[in-house]
Design a protein around this ligand. Structure first.
Ligand code: HEC
Ligand code: HEC
Length: 243
C-alpha cells in the first residue's frame, strides 16, 4: 500500500482548516467589490479598522481621516459626489504644522506641499461610498445623540461659534474666513451626519483621543445651536439629486 496517499489527504485537510481560520465566515461583507477597492486603493492612507491614533506621534503621521466609523460620520450622497471632484477640506492638510509658512501678517498655507486627492469614476465612487457606509464604528456614541430640527439666526450663530466658544480660530465658515488647523465647516452640513456633528462637538476625544480640538464641555442647548448654525452655512449645496 502507498502510504503517501493518506499523508496527502491529511495535508489537504489541514490546508482546508487553515483557510477556514484565515477567512472566517463573518468576513463575507468585507469581500464586496467596494471593500476590495477601499483595501487596495485607500487603506494605505485611511484606516478601515481603527483604532484612532493613540499617541501624538501617530496622530501627526496619519495620512488621511480614519474611516472605521465612516458610516456614522458621512452622508453617502456627499461621498459619491466629492470622490468624483475632490476639493480640499482641511486647508492646511492633515497636520497643519507640516503645511504652513510664515506670511506678511500671519501664517499662510504652503500650497506646494499639498497634493490633490485621487478622483474616482462615478461607478467606483458609488462602490466606495456603499462600502464606507458599512463601517459603523462608535455606534454607541451616535445612539446617544438626538438633533431636533431647528434654526438659528446668522448673528446669533456667529456669536456662539466665534465669540462664546472660539471655534473660528480653527475652522472656516467661508472659504476665506476662519482658522486653518481644522476641517472647513462651510460644507459640513452636506458632508456630515447631524448626530456626528453633535457628538464630535460634545466630546472630540471620544472619536479621536489625541486630536487637538479642545473639549469645551459645550452644553446640549448650545450643541443644538451649533449644529443648526453649521447646517445653515451649507456651501456644499444639496446632493439630493446624486444617486
Ligand atoms: C495618498 C493618501 C490617500 C489615499 C491613497 C486616499 N486618500 Fe482619501 N484622503 C486623504 C487625505 C489627506 C484627505 C484629507 C483631504 C482634505 O482634508 O482636504 C482625504 C480625504 C478623503 C475623504 C473626505 C473625508 C474627510 O473627512 O474629510 C474621502 C471621502 C476620501 N478621502 C476617500 C478616499 C477613497 C475612497 C480612497 C481610495 C479610492 C482614498 N480616499 C484614497 C488621503 C488619501
Ligand atoms: C484648536 C483648534 C480647534 C478648535 C478651537 C475647534 N476645533 Fe473643531 N476640529 C479641530 C480638528 C483638528 C478637527 C478634526 C480634524 C480631522 O478630522 O482631521 C475638528 C473637527 C471638528 C468637526 C468635525 C469636522 C469633520 O469634517 O470631521 C466639527 C463639526 C467641529 N470640529 C466643530 C467645532 C466647533 C463647533 C468648535 C467650537 C466649539 C470647534 N470645532 C473648535 C480643531 C478645532
Amino acid at each position: 500500500m502507498d502510504i503517501r496517499m493518506p499523508i496527502r489527504a491529511v495535508l489537504l485537510a489541514l490546508a482546508g482548516l487553515l483557510s477556514i481560520a484565515i477567512h472566517p465566515a463573518d468576513s463575507r461583507a468585507a469581500d464586496s467589490p467596494g471593500m476590495d477597492l477601499l483595501k487596495n486603493r485607500c487603506a494605505s492612507c485611511h484606516s478601515l479598522t481603527g483604532p484612532a491614533p493613540a499617541s501624538i506621534h501617530a496622530l501627526w503621521a496619519r495620512k488621511g481621516p480614519d474611516f472605521f466609523y465612516a458610516g456614522n460620520k458621512y452622508q453617502r450622497s456627499w461621498i459619491v459626489s466629492w470622490l468624483q471632484h475632490p476639493v480640499r477640506i482641511r486647508p492646511a492638510g492633515m497636520f497643519y504644522a507640516d503645511h504652513l509658512k510664515p506670511g506678511p501678517k500671519r501664517d499662510m498655507v504652503d500650497e506646494s506641499t499639498l497634493r490633490p486627492h485621487v478622483a474616482l469614476s462615478k461607478a467606483d465612487a458609488i462602490l466606495a461610498a456603499d462600502a464606507l457606509m458599512t463601517l459603523k464604528g462608535h455606534n454607541d456614541l451616535i445612539k446617544m445623540e438626538h438633533v431636533a430640527p431647528g434654526s438659528i439666526s446668522k448673528s446669533m450663530g456667529e456669536m456662539v461659534f466665534d465669540k462664546f466658544l472660539g471655534c473660528l480660530a480653527c475652522h472656516r465658515t467661508d472659504p476665506d474666513y476662519g482658522g486653518l488647523s481644522g476641517p472647513e465647516l462651510y460644507t459640513a452640513g452636506s458632508r456630515l451626519r447631524p448626530e456626528f456633528i453633535a457628538s464630535y462637538i460634545r466630546n472630540p476625544q471620544a472619536w479621536d483621543p489625541k486630536i487637538w480640538m479642545p473639549d469645551k464641555h459645550v452644553n446640549d442647548a448650545r450643541i443644538q445651536q451649533l449644529v443648526h448654525y453649521i447646517e445653515s452655512l451649507n456651501l456644499g449645496g444639496s446632493h439630493a439629486s446624486s444617486p
